[in-house]
Structure formats: C-alpha cells, structure tokens
Design a protein. Structure first.
Length: 262
C-alpha cells in the first residue's frame, strides 16, 4: 500500500499544495493535476452529486501518479467514509464538523479495530488487489489515512480546540463561504470577525500538532494564507481554473481582433 506523502509532509511541518475537482469526471484529470505539480487532489461529493461509482473511477485514475487522492464526503455517515476508503481514497474530508463526538465518529469510521470500526475487506481496490499480511495492511491504512475536519460553522468554531484535540484528526480545513455565512458576514473575508476565526482555527491546529488548510482562489491569496499559518492549500477547483483561463485567453484574442480592425 502506498505511503501518504502529504500526511507525512504536514506532520513534519511542511506545506502541501493541491487542488479540488468538482466538474471534470475524466480519466485524465488526476494525471493533468499531477503534471501541474499537485501533491493531492480532492474529489468532491458534497456539492457535485457524484456517486461512489464516479468517485471510484476518479480515484482509480490516480493509480499511475504520486498525487494523493482525497474524497470530500457529503456527510458524517459511516457508509460514505468507509466506502470511499475501500475505493482507494487515502484521505477523507468531512464538512460541517461541529463537535468532539462528530470528530470521534469520523476517526472510528476510518480506522480498523481496535482504534475504530472500519469494516475489513482486502484484496480489493484500496490495497491494489494484492495479497499480503492483513494485520500489516490494517496498521498501514490506519497510519497513512489523512483525516480532515472542516470547520465552517459558528458551532464548529466554538468547539475547534476540542475537535483539534481528537486523536486521528490530522487537518482542520476552513470552509470560507459556509463559515462566513454562519458568522453572519457571508463572503466578507476581510471582516475582523472572519479574520479572528481564521486565527483561532490556526492556533487550535498548532496547539495540538495538526495542520490548517484552505482553498485559495489566486496566488496572492495563497501568500496571505501562508503568512497566517495555513500549511495545506488547494489552488481553486477545476471548473473555475478552466473558466478563468478561457476567459483570459478569449479576452486577449478579442483585443487582438479589435486591434487588427483599427
């Protein structure tokens, strides 16, 4: 079973960079991301409507590259978490994490006994259909899985220190639109209340030896988040990257067309 280089990098104090995939259900998307330098790809189930069959194919597309596949599940439910792992995901992101109990449920659903209650099945997708010592496989899977709790509500913010303290949670991730909306300042990412929330989340992560993550929309924002202490950054999502690149190109060509007629 593959080692999780993103988890190890974050554990050692490094900064990991990746991207989200929301729209392009294609076998080439992981290889394109890997070629661009993405260390991880987060496949989204929360906002896309993608089924586990779609996720299974997308995870399989990472088999030939070193990019770490992560799945954002739609809810804290065992069948979402454990099935994504059985399909070969090496990380799980869970939205709307608000309590210690919820964080513990995430860990229990993703770890094998005695540390959790993940169902045991081997020689399937998650262990590359190979044989071997199942005890070693269970230990490796538990050690290498990256568990991400999204802090994106006022309640989650209130309980962030206790959530960060849960053993097995590796990363606290900001859901900026949901968090700002829950705080009563939707989309106001420079508001003092929002900036204070970011500070509290980063401090909680640091205090408990965890990392903090954020999806940034541009390079300038990435610099700001790094200065604030975020160590896991996703550079935007596939559909917005495509749309922005296409817009810039078409507008530039449009200017050339106008110039040729002048």
């Amino acid at each position: 079973m593959k080692t999780n280089q993103v988890k190890r990098k974050l554990r050692d104090g490094g900064i990991a960079l990746g991207t989200f995939v929301f729209e392009f259900n294609t076998p080439g998307i992981s290889r394109l991301a890997a070629e661009a330098g993405a260390e991880f790809v987060i496949f989204d189930m929360e906002h896309t409507g993608w089924s586990i069959e779609t996720i299974r194919a997308l995870i399989a597309s990472t088999g030939s590259v070193d990019t770490v596949p992560i799945v954002r599940v739609p809810a804290t439910q065992y069948h979402f978490l454990a099935r994504a792992l059985d399909m070969g995901s090496r990380g799980i992101m869970v939205p709307m994490v608000e309590s210690v109990e919820q964080a513990r449920t995430i860990v229990a659903s993703c770890k094998y006994p005695p540390h959790g209650r993940r169902g045991a099945a081997f020689t399937i997708a998650h262990d590359d259909y190979t044989g071997g010592d199942v005890v070693d496989k269970m230990w490796t899977a538990d050690s290498e899985v990256l568990l991400i709790a999204q802090i994106e509500t006022a309640t989650g913010l209130q309980n962030v220190d206790q959530i960060a303290a849960v053993e097995g949670i590796d990363l606290l991730w900001i859901g900026q639109f949901d968090l700002s909306t829950s705080l009563g300042i939707p989309g106001e990412f420079t508001h003092p209340k929002f900036l204070d929330a970011l500070r509290r989340i980063v401090e909680a992560a640091d205090r408990h030896g965890k990392a903090a993550g954020f999806m940034v929309l541009n390079v300038e924002e990435a610099g700001t988040r790094i200065e604030q202490g975020f160590r896991c950054l996703a550079y935007n999502g596939d559909l917005w990257i495509y749309q922005e690149a296409l817009r810039l190109g078409l507008h530039a060509i449009g200017r050339k067309v106008k110039e040729s007629k002048d």
